[in-house]
Design a protein around this ligand. Structure first.
Ligand code: TMP
Length: 203
């Protein structure tokens, strides 16, 4: 069976990272070789992005979008553990966030077409077999963020999360003919959501 490239998406506080980890565990138990990864990465550009998200450095929003693109290209292409290498080695790759995060978050500040066009080169290199969106109402996400973080990050306000969720939906519509997207109800007990996520990744 072909190894898949799966992207897991959701707003901050949606529980998507927990779901990505549970999916990795489940697929491993089923006998698949799994590479679980995330964006922003732990590489040089990803670490710079984390400082920006924490408000330690102030950078123009278009430059931030471009840095996420640079981090993604390194995520895909780097020779050590890049996604292309991992796919060629037969791993099922699960990425906690990928280019739909860029479409949803950066278009709060700029035209979505600009972000989509910038990311076209990534889509040409590696397009997910499926993108799973863990859908949780922004108010619920915001409640979780407030409960779990001392200081919210750059995009973690109720207003921005609402816009981000709307932007995800818009991006899914705009790219409906080119991308496979599954939206699952994330406002359920963790193990129920895990079942939906597993079902969304037919393999
Ligand atoms: P995380 O909460 O999944 O660790 O993601 C960190 C933040 O990075 C989150 O607020 C969304 C943001 N982000 C973007 O703004 N653009 C992107 O392309 C990606 C991958 C993440």
């Amino acid at each position: 069976m072909k190894n898949l490239f799966i992207a897991i998406e959701g707003t901050d506080g949606s529980g998507k990272s927990t779901q990505a980890a549970l999916l990795a565990e489940k697929l491993q138990q089923e006998g698949h070789k799994v590479h679980l990864t995330f964006e922003p990465t732990n590489g040089h550009i990803g670490r710079l992005l984390r400082s920006i998200l924490k408000g330690q450095i102030s950078v123009d929003q278009k430059a931030i979008a471009a840095l996420f693109l640079a981090d993604r290209l390194d995520h895909i292409l780097n020779e050590q553990d890049g996604l292309v290498k991992k796919m060629n080695e037969g791993y099922t790759v699960i990425s906690d966030r990928y280019y739909f995060s860029s479409f949803a978050y950066h278009s709060v500040y700029m035209n979505m077409d600009w972000v989509i066009e910038c990311n076209q080169m990534c889509r040409e290199i590696l397009k997910p077999d499926v993108t799973v969106f863990v859908d949780v109402p922004p108010e619920v996400c915001m409640g979780r963020i407030i409960a779990n973080r001392e200081v919210p990050e750059l995009y973690e306000t109720g207003e921005i999360l609402k816009k981000v969720r709307n932007n995800y939906m818009e991006a899914f519509n705009v790219l409906a003919s080119e991308e496979v997207v599954k939206i699952v109800d994330g406002n359920q007990p963790v193990e129920v959501v895990a079942g939906y996520v597993r079902d969304a990744c037919h393999m």
